[in-house]
Design a protein around this ligand. Structure first.
Ligand SMILES: Nc1nc2c(c(=O)[nH]1)N[C@H]1C(S)=C(S)[C@@H](COP(=O)(O)O)O[C@H]1N2
Ligand SMILES: [Mo]
Length: 449
């Protein structure tokens, strides 16, 4: 294997490896509307064209000076340990970043940063790349000052310190978190320029914490009257969400750990709720209170926000579960195929109702499907990685993935979803995503009906 292979990987892992300044410039100067019309794709294409060269495969051994000449690093002493006591990625990976979409919200303290799905491997999102969604900004809260209160329909109301909580029996579980508004822009037939923006309000981590059921038992929740719990955050957004008592007793965690260390401040440090399979908004960050009640609370973030606009003008409330969905992460919009020949099509599938059973991939816009390989582990309410071989013959192609979960639910096409849900929704778009490969190798976001 020669450097060409690495180079091919690099180019496939665009767009964050190029047009960085262009990207920022276009979004800020043209605003979201231009972005919605796909304006940005032009700058991706222009920059991508400059990178088209070489072959995607290794060459016969012999001629490459990069392997013939011993490089400096093979002849000199390396750096000592602990130059940086908390390790950082290679300087060559500096373009791998969460990215904001300026103009999406009025102020960036109430905004989103998206996970660069196109550049990640496996199923775990590195903590520094976990997407962020704040309604009122984030705080770095002193854990010694943080408290969790449990009140309402309980025998004894209690206030826990972090030390109290961390003495309890904890569990660690891998789950995805997806904002209910992920893929929202695709409802209106608008094509954002990359999978980072179309699907990047999605991350997956190993979370560690105490099951909420342990705390509810500890406080003696009233088994006769308790029907719901309310979770409340300690930030200024007044974030409160209702969760049914059945779910609360099932797999909900009061978590402090993420990927083996404490939560990052922007993800809720020192305490957040983990509500597997449910939309991100219920994963209350900086969790400070759980109230046990006998009816839904109809808080602002469930009565008027996070409701689904239906075609008949009515709104549907409490549609919390993130239905089965998948997306191809490479090749995806903004990337460019170097040449004809072999490619590994890879992507992610997930379901808020359990495990992924099967993922099918089409390279002809949904006419023919082949079943992809699911990589282990395949866990409940967790991202599942899929891969499938593809030989590109140079002709235009449309790539799609379609996931099926263990309940038998099949991920819908966008027109099937629109037939039921209309086009006025923001939330819960789990439609099949299409990426168009042009004869030039450029990949872009399209909608196929
Ligand atoms: N206290 C509080 N919790 C919150 C939010 C918030 O603004 N404040 N945002 C919610 C939303 S809408 C989402 S999608 C997830 C995002 O979690 P993350 O920032 O760790 O990705 O947190 C949820 N929990
Ligand atoms: Mo969200």
């Amino acid at each position: 294997m020669t450097g060409e292979v690495a180079k091919a990987g690099r180019i496939l892992r665009a767009p964050e490896n190029f047009v960085d300044s262009q990207l920022a410039l276009d979004i800020t100067s043209k605003g979201l509307d231009e972005q919605r019309r796909g304006f940005l794709r032009k700058s991706f294409l222009a920059a991508g064209a400059a990178l088209a060269s070489g072959t995607a495969y290794g060459q016969a051994a012999g001629g490459d000076p990069a392997i013939l000449t011993l490089p400096e690093h093979s002849r000199t002493l390396g750096k000592p340990v602990a130059a940086n006591p908390y390790g950082m990625p290679s300087r060559f990976e500096g373009a791998l970043q969460r990215r904001e979409s300026p103009g999406l919200t009025r102020v960036n303290a109430a905004s989103v940063s998206f996970t660069p799905l196109q550049s990640l491997f496996g199923i775990i999102t590195p903590s520094g790349l976990h997407f962020e969604r704040h309604h009122q900004g984030w705080h770095d809260i002193d854990p010694a000052q943080h408290r969790l209160m449990v009140n309402g329909l309980v025998r004894q109301q209690k206030v826990y310190t972090m030390d109290d909580l961390m003495r309890l029996p904890s569990v660690s579980r891998m789950h995805f978190i997806e904002c209910g508004a992920n893929t929202a822009m695709e409802w209106g037939n608008v094509a954002v320029p990359s999978v980072q923006y179309s699907h990047g309000m999605l991350s997956c981590s190993e979370f560690t914490g105490v099951p909420l059921s342990v705390l509810l038992d500890d406080c003696g929740y009233d088994k006769k009257t308790a029907r719901f719990v309310l979770a409340e955050g300690a930030d200024g957004s007044g974030m409160t969400r209702t969760i049914s008592i059945d779910r609360a007793l099932d797999d909900v965690l009061v978590a402090w750990g993420m990927n083996g260390e404490m939560l990052r401040p922007e993800n809720g440090y020192p305490l957040r709720l983990v509500v597997p399979g449910v939309q991100g908004v219920s994963w209350v960050k900086w969790l400070r209170r759980i109230e046990v009640g006998d009816q839904p609370y109809a808080a602002k973030d469930e009565a008027i926000h996070y409701v689904d606009a239906m075609p008949d003008g009515m709104y549907r409330q409490y549609t919390s579960i993130q239905e089965c969905k998948s997306v191809i992460t490479t090749p995806s919009a903004g990337q460019r195929l170097l040449d004809t020949g072999f490619y590994n099509i890879t992507g992610l599938a997930w379901s808020g109702r359990g495990k992924i059973k099967r993922v099918d991939v089409s390279t002809d816009g949904g006419r023919n499907w082949r079943t992809a390989r699911l990589e282990s582990p395949v866990l409940s309410k967790c991202l599942t990685r899929f891969n499938i071989d593809w030989t590109w013959d140079g002709a235009p192609a449309v790539l799609q993935a379609r996931a099926i979960d263990e309940t038998g639910y099949v991920q819908p096409k966008i027109n099937e979803l629109r037939a039921v849900r209309g086009t006025r929704s923001i939330y819960h778009n789990n439609a099949i995503q299409s990426w168009q490969v042009a004869a030039s190798g450029e990949v872009s976001n399209v909608q196929v009906y």
